[in-house]
Design a binder for this molecule. Structure first.
Ligand code: SF4
Length: 248
């Protein structure tokens, strides 16, 4: 079995704990308006690698991982290639490497028994899930990503029920997610989960614009500004990432 891979990055420090070897998978069924990797959407035309090829690439950096680091699979959406991902994570765990999965969770479907069995297998070898909750309101989620959030929220509950550690990530976009009501609801949902170790607020940025130009795609968020420092701080307070010191 081979995996369709976009690229590799050694020395990642933002996709999980410690220093990480980051593997970017090809293929994603979502079309998030703020996506900064549109070049990963199409699964076709990707380079193909076997599990052993990827593991041996990553193991060259094992000395840099220390006690906290490891590998992170991101994309694109790695779960599109769940069979390959299971084999890859299994092999990394055989080599005592910490495994993190950066995902939108969109592939999860609790009513698909065969797929659920695959998820049950995958989580045996998964140390951490970096789960993007893109919008708490389903209608807004569809507008933002082209898909419903229902199964994504069920995936978060599934991870919690199965004691899988999570970091929740939330991209803060003015006029879309930068909204007190939505942020409070997001926090209320996160509070129902029992394995969340960390909440990360990711301020929307426009750095991907040139990728859209290169791909002859219209940039979807033209005119939407990046959030200000105060707006990011406010969102962090509402999501419980930092305390509101003005109250003390
Ligand atoms: S899920 Fe990730 S890769 Fe897919 S469109 Fe959204 S931001 Fe881009």
């Amino acid at each position: 079995m081979k995996g369709k891979i976009h690229s590799f990055f050694a020395g990642g420090t933002v996709d999980g704990p410690g220093i990480r070897y980051v593997i970017f998978f090809k293929g994603c069924p979502m079309r998030c308006l703020y996506c900064h990797n549109p070049d990963t959407w199409d699964i076709n035309g990707a380079e193909e690698y076997s599990v052993d090829e990827i593991v041996s690439k990553a193991l060259k950096y094992k000395g840099y991982f220390g006690s906290k680091g490891g590998i992170t699979c991101t994309g694109g959406e790695p779960l599109v290639q769940i069979d390959f991902l299971i084999e890859l994570f299994k092999k990394f765990k055989e080599n005592n490497i910490n495994t993190a999965l950066d995902t939108s969770g969109i592939i999860f479907d609790p009513n698909n028994k065969e797929l659920l069995n695959k998820f049950n297998e995958l989580i045996k070898y998964t140390d951490l899930v970096l789960l993007d909750i893109k919008h708490i309101d389903d209608n807004e989620h569809i507008k933002l990503t082209s898909k419903s959030n229902k199964n994504i929220l069920l995936f978060a509950k599934y991870l919690s029920d199965n004691n899988i550690k999570m970091w929740i990530r939330h991209v803060l976009v003015p006029t879309i997610t930068l909204n007190d009501e939505y942020l409070i609801k997001t926090k209320e949902f996160i509070d129902t989960l029992k394995t969340v170790e960390k909440i990360e607020v990711l301020p929307y940025h426009t750095m991907a614009k040139s990728k859209y130009e290169k791909m002859n795609l219209k940039y979807p968020l033209e005119g939407i500004p990046e959030p200000t420092k105060d707006e990011v701080r406010h969102a962090k307070i509402l999501l419980g990432v930092i305390k509101d010191e003005s109250k003390w």
